[in-house]
Design a protein around this ligand. Structure first.
Ligand SMILES: Nc1ncnc2c1ncn2[C@@H]1O[C@H](COP(=O)(O)OP(=O)(O)OP(=O)(O)O)[C@@H](O)[C@H]1O
Length: 258
């Protein structure tokens, strides 16, 4: 059966936000198809994280609109955006440091669980069945990242690269339509970075989701993204394939001007 659904999983129209007098993001238009891997790049302070904060309900836009799977997202709080299908990771690792690796993933699954508080307190059969299912799903997810053997380790004892991967696994456990990754390779060594990039490609294919990836390092996104959006001073200055973007004089100028 051919997939002829062309509704973008994420679409923004004239999205913008002003802090005081400063337009941190302005006229931001993007349309991401299901299963697309898109890079959002730009120099320091260009507005990339602010775009993520708008897309995840951390900030309310002062202009424009956001559509997720054809539905307008208006006045939504972060947990509502997450429930609607937008998951994210942060520039700084935000794991439950003292929980196990498995525990970190299970917490995210639990946010979507079906049984209610009374079943949890009374520990009915339904509760245990669902707990078992979550345990299994969490372990499967860890195995995608080759981390199944680390399931019982305490999160803060993992090497840095694995903590980053765990964050992504946790975000995936919320069953998103689109995953937003904010500089996932920040602080990684070249081997960890190469591994992570491979993992990102695999999860896109395996989970059939769209990914929007912020990256400061241009060469890194160039190698895995099909399409790249470049912002500078809060505005899109270029969009296109990695090759088109790399040869765009405005992009070269923005990066050289840093
Ligand atoms: N809550 C806020 N209040 C005031 N200004 C803000 C706020 N959040 C972001 N800004 C401003 O918006 C602009 C864009 O910042 P942002 O962090 O989104 O950039 P970035 O592209 O993610 O940068 P980096 O690569 O350094 O992370 C900056 O000028 C920043 O100071």
């Amino acid at each position: 059966m051919s997939n002829i659904d062309t509704t973008p999983v994420l679409k923004t129209e004239h999205l913008g936000i002003t802090f005081g007098g400063l337009k941190a993001v302005e006229d931001f238009n993007i349309s991401i198809a299901p299963n697309e891997l898109v890079g959002l790049i730009g120099p320091n302070g260009a507005g990339k994280t602010t775009v993520f904060n708008l897309l995840t309900g951390v900030y309310q836009p002062t202009e424009g609109r956001i559509e997720l799977d054809g539905q307008e997202m208006k006045d939504k709080k972060p947990h509502q955006m997450a429930k609607a299908g937008i998951a994210r990771t942060f520039q700084n690792i935000r794991l439950f440091k003292n929980l196990t690796v498995l525990g970190n993933v299970k917490v995210a699954f639990n946010q979507n669980m079906k049984y209610g508080i009374f079943q949890a307190i009374l520990r009915t059969g339904g509760y245990w069945r669902e707990e078992e299912e979550i345990d299994q799903k969490a372990r499967e997810l860890l195995s995608v990242f080759n981390m199944q053997d680390a399931a019982d380790k305490i999160a803060c004892n993992l090497p840095y690269g694995q903590q980053r991967k765990l964050e992504i696994a946790r975000a995936l456990a919320t069953n998103p339509k689109i995953l937003l990754l904010d500089e996932p390779a920040a602080g990684m060594n070249p081997t960890e970075t190469a591994e992570l990039m491979e993992a990102i490609r695999i999860i896109r294919d395996k989970f059939n989701i769209a990914i929007l990836l912020i990256e400061h390092d241009m060469s890194l996104v160039m190698s895995i993204c099909e399409r790249i959006v470049v912002i500078d001073y809060g505005m899109i200055i270029a969009k296109g394939t990695p090759k088109e973007v790399a040869n765009n004089p405005k992009v070269i100028g923005a990066y050289l001007g840093e």
